[in-house]
Design a protein around this ligand. Sequence first.
Ligand code: G6Q
Length: 536
Amino acid sequence: MASLTQTPAWKALEAHREKMAAASMCALFDGHPGRFAHFSLALDDFLLDYSKNLVTAETMKLLFDLARQEDVEGWRDRMFSGGHINVSEDRAVLHTALRDRSGEAVVTGGADVMPGVRDVLGQMRAFSVAVRGGIWKGHTGEPVSDVVNIGIGGSDLGPAMACQALAPYHKPGLNVHFVSNVDGAHMAETLKALNPETTLFIVASKTFTTQETMSNAATARAWVADSLGEEAVARHFAALSANESAVADFGVETQNMFRLWDWVGGRFSLWSSIGLSIAVAAGAERFEEMLEGAYAMDRHFLEAPLESNMPAILALIGVWNCNFLGAQAHAVLPYDHNLRRLPAYLQQADMESNGKSVTRDGDPVDHHTGPVIFGAPGTNAQHTFFQLLHQGTRMISSDFIAAAESCNAGPERHAILLANFFAQTEALMLGKKDAHAPHKNFEGGRPTNSILFRKLDPRSLGMLIALYEHKIFVQGVIWRINSFDQWGVELGKRLAKEILPQLTAAQLTAEADVDNHDGSTNGLINHYKKLLGRGS
Ligand code: G6Q
């Protein structure tokens, strides 16, 4: 098979790029009064404006040709219908089944997954009602005031982001915390303000073997047992996992264990039982509204032709900017304080999915894959790294995201935020020439997408997350990579396991230097031993 860059669709885009070399976005707007309407797309009250990119109708046509050449629609259909598209792990990729509201079967490996999905959803509903209603009592008969989700990566970032985003819907007096870092400070700081009698821990780990999560869960378990007795553990822990025996060994009762399945990838798991903290914080109805929003985006992604398909268009614009115009990074800029954790969430979703350099068939790619993703909420980010976006030497594309209505502020106050949201994409595109003061010169022509919806509520949040999931998927298909494995995180984990025994008390007091690593790592470990006042 020809490598991607040797294919007709890719070559056509390369030739087109040469034609576009002299084009400017401003000139494209001047020459096409209907440009905004042509290069924007609405789904319900959710708008994507991609007109502030260096694209013409011909660019988009060539990008759609590329998507068809790479069989995006075929891969999409295989994903939704339970095909094992995660080839390196021989797994289906069915996070879409978790929010499937059709009532139809979703079959993989000869079995319908939907009865299990509905069972767990019902279990989550009952649990969250009990905790929120004060029916769930701790060991001493007290209702729950604080819920601590212990998890990391996909078992932390999604629920933490969504809980934050839905803060206006939280039940007053019920606080949700997230502990992820193996640095004991994270758990210690969280526990400081908590009362074991009213604290419920949710241990979120698909494998139930993750070092960070198991260490933090052990600390939490000891904290409960030391203060309330070993017999209290069962009333203060729930677990979200695919590993039933490990959960039982930990001391969680079967009815407080919430299943997930191997076809749910960690970074796509907030729709599963891993989202229990969202249901507890905001309520099961809100959680299900979020599922419905995601389902609406799923239907759109499945049914709309590529030419009016929001995730496909967002993905193709990204491919154009990254592979043809040389964008080196992509910024995610939510103009919404409650979406402040979205950039971190998308860093994982995007970079863990598409940070790959071999194709699904194991051949080296001959093109760039996923860009560096970074971001922070606006307007804060305007006072920090926006300088580089406006005047730096690197070309960086951005997504600006905002809601028309605020959940917290009146329209006049919210207008201040939105004025900045609109002004920044305008400034990035228009630039400003200043022949007399070069330091005040703005080149302009920096590509941006704007995503604008009515209000940040559970439904629009679900749509937004699903939009990005499918964007990432489409890009992975075009780049011919497997977006659903993450072998790149394994090597460091293995080496840490090998190093850990060298840091134990006995090793620290040993006179002999560590010498079985590379020179730098030996030097660092031996210096660490010296800093602790032990070793040679
Ligand atoms: C995500 C990754 C990874 C995973 C964590 C936690 O796609 O697989 O971030 O979610 O390593 O894994 P466990 O849920 O198994 O603890």
